[in-house]
Design a binder for this molecule. Structure first.
Ligand SMILES: [Zn+2]
Ligand SMILES: [Zn+2]
Length: 352
């Protein structure tokens, strides 16, 4: 198998990150060799997360090859990786590696490790034909889940299952949860997990007919359009006292500002959005105290949560809505992401 690995490959590169960034498709990027604990994965596809805009807009320092929802096959193993991994179908996700030594890692949350390395940030991402990943942190894709279905679960799905897990001890089946951004890549999978795996009553908030349809198909019992309706009033009419919790997906000040008014007293606000680093949470300290509100930040989730999610996908319970794009579409796709113009998840097919 190693013989058929080329020396050079195609990759999409972010150029001049910032307001005038562009994506260049390159044809002669070297294929790397896996280090001791690493494997080389030949990718078939990758999902494209809206958080990639942080790299494009230079809201932080990222690798010029972005992407962290890749699916493919192991074609080469490092010295300390069992060769039995060769030919295995795997997922390459945001968490590239963690220290495994700190108190957070030891508690079982390596994705919150302060020393973690991330795919598309510290190491090249999945918008290329071949990617290097750390074998100790890769995800095995079970049979019965197609590559393009598995891809969006690696970040979008994992983020939502991780966020909902924060409420496992707080909410009961039948409780109300508002998911804002319900028709996007993360949101609609979150609606499915909340409704079909957690038995919560989902109130979906987004805008437009496409996102309404996807939110309702995904299991939301009602949809409110934030552009045309008074969402806070509608949520209160619908629930009586307000929802038990809300998950804020869009990284916008408006969505964060609205969150405390959507929940009842002692409610929970879980934020998964990633706005500019300087955006502060617009939450009244007094109201937070007086009403007993809890604000929780949540980033991706655990490998066990991802395994459960992939199992649910294999059983047909979780069905990400994807829009497939060709590799040559990547430059324009980034523009569509900027305008929030994608319903469901964009998945890019890589040249084979
Ligand atoms: Zn992501
Ligand atoms: Zn650690």
């Amino acid at each position: 198998m190693a013989n058929s690995i080329p020396l050079l490959q195609q990759a999409a590169l972010v150029q001049d990150p910032g307001e005038h960034a562009s994506i260049k498709l390159a044809h002669s990027i070297p294929v790397s060799n896996p280090g001791r604990h690493e494997v080389l994965v030949k990718l078939t596809c990758t999902g494209l997360c809206r958080s990639e805009l942080r790299a494009v807009l230079a809201w932080g320092i990222y690798n010029s090859i972005i992407g962290h929802e890749g699916v493919g096959t192991v074609v080469k193993t490092g010295d300390e990786v069992p060769e039995s991994l060769l030919g295995e179908r795997v997922g390459v996700k945001w968490l590239y590696s963690a220290c495994n030594e700190c108190s957070v890692c030891k508690r079982g949350f390596p994705h919150n490790c302060a020393q973690q390395l991330n795919t598309g940030r510290h190491v090249p991402g999945t918008l290329q034909q071949y990617v290097i990943t750390d074998a100790r942190f890769l995800t095995h894709i079970p049979e019965g889940v197609a590559d393009e279905i598995a891809a969006p679960l690696l970040c979008a799905g994992l983020t939502m299952v991780g966020a909902l897990s924060k409420l496992d001890n707080e909410l009961q089946a039948g409780d109300f949860i508002v998911i804002s951004g319900s028709g996007g890549g993360l949101g609609h999978i979150g609606v499915q997990i909340a409704a079909r795996m957690k038995n919560l009553r989902v109130i979906a908030v987004d805008s437009g007919e496409g996102k309404r349809a996807l939110s309702l198909e995904s299991g939301a019992e009602v949809f409110f359009d934030y552009r045309t309706e008074d969402v806070i009033a509608r949520v209160h009419e619908y629930t009586g006292e307000g929802a038990h919790a809300t998950i804020v997906v869009p990284g916008t000040e408006e969505a964060l500002k609205m969150a405390p008014d959507l929940v009842r007293n002692m409610g929970f606000i879980v934020n998964v959005g990633l706005p500019r680093n300087d955006l502060r949470i617009p939450l009244s300290a007094t109201l937070c105290t007086a009403r007993g509100l809890t604000f929780i930040g949540s980033s991706v989730g655990t490998e066990d949560q991802l395994a459960d999610l992939l199992k649910a996908a294999a059983a047909g319970k979780i069905t990400p809505s994807i829009e497939s794009f060709d590799f040559s579409d990547v430059p324009t796709l980034i523009e569509a992401l900027k305008k929030d113009g994608i319903t469901g998840r964009a998945v890019v097919t890589l040249p084979q």
